[in-house]
Design a protein around this ligand. Structure first.
Ligand SMILES: [Ca+2]
Ligand SMILES: [Ca+2]
Length: 308
């Protein structure tokens, strides 16, 4: 016969004291009790049987001044054209509320559209009957979850852009003027990204030459714009998304962005897709071209460029 000791933990003691305070004082000392325990590593996120790891006294319920941090796992998923289902685990402190929202018509949240503390978001991806792949996102607990789905064009498209995330240097990207590769604080993925402009009275171009296939011809990329121009200011600094011939002749301007599209540093926006089917069979430059005026610079950060 085995003997199982009765071994209440320090966390049991914490919860007992909170319970007693709730019963005797209607929880009047609740936050003070949490604060004392949090100083000894036994705040809301503590697990296990003791408080050997001391953490700052900020591991508190939100109504006692604690802050919520969220993480999701995984952060992306890929599907064949036939679609499928998946789930994302949300990790959050107790009492930390969150929501999940689909930003794309082909992604449906089937359960877990909101929660408090740890939870799971389940979703389904509908069939992609187009020949080209498509990208979509969900926003979960304020974080971006990315879905990539292949089209029916021969079992999926592969990215025709080489070094799409600038991870191996700049080549085969070709640059002129004020364009740099950075391994600073704001990659979309990996460690590197491109910065166009960010310097007064500058212009810069960044392009790569691609032969556009029939089908699987959508340009998309991640863009993050920050600016010293005031919010609501007129358009002073611009970024043009262009298709040019191999000789540099402008064939199409797919989109234009400016200082008015500025966001938070490091918070990228999935941009596109822009359909390139009209260039099928042609070898063209996919070009980003930025201009900054004489004052208050704007930086156009680009990462993870895709033609597929
Ligand atoms: Ca990158
Ligand atoms: Ca400016």
């Amino acid at each position: 016969m085995k003997f199982t000791p009765n071994r209440p933990s320090f966390l049991n003691a914490r919860d007992g004291i909170l319970s007693a305070d709730q019963n005797l004082n209607a929880g009047a000392n609740r936050c003070a009790i949490w604060t004392v325990f949090a100083r000894h590593g036994m705040g809301v996120s503590a697990v296990g049987n003791d408080g050997t790891t001391h953490t700052a006294a900020t591991d508190l319920p939100t109504d006692c001044g604690g802050t919520c941090t969220f993480s999701i796992n995984p952060t992306s998923a890929s599907y064949a054209a036939a679609g499928g289902t998946g789930s994302v685990t949300v990790t959050a402190g107790a009492g930390c509320d969150w929501t999940a929202v689909s930003n794309s018509s082909f992604i449906s949240i089937t359960s877990g559209s909101s929660g408090s503390g740890n939870g799971t978001v389940s979703y389904s991806v509908s069939n992609n009957t187009g020949t080209s792949s498509r990208n979509g996102t969900m926003t979960i607990a304020g974080l971006s979850f990315t879905v990539t789905q292949a089209g029916t064009g021969g079992g999926g498209c592969t990215n025709l852009i080489s070094n799409p995330g600038f991870e191996t240097g700049l080549p085969p990207w070709v640059t002129s003027g004020q364009v740099s590769r950075s391994t600073g604080a704001y990659p979309h993925s990996g460690v590197a990204y491109a910065i166009i402009n960010g310097v007064n009275s500058s212009s810069g171009t960044l392009y790569q030459t691609v032969t556009i296939p029939s089908g699987c011809a959508n340009l998309s990329f991640w863009l993050n714009i920050t600016s010293s121009e005031a919010t609501g200011a007129a358009v002073y600094d611009r970024l043009f998304i262009e298709v040019r011939s191999t000789a540099g002749t402008l064939l199409a301007t797919l989109a234009t962005f400016s200082n008015q599209n500025e966001g938070t540093a490091g918070v990228y926006v999935l941009t596109g897709p822009y359909n390139l089917n009209s260039f099928a069979g042609q070898t063209v430059r996919i070009q980003f071209r930025g201009t900054n005026d004489i004052t208050l610079p704007t930086s156009f950060r680009v990462d993870d460029v895709s033609v597929q």
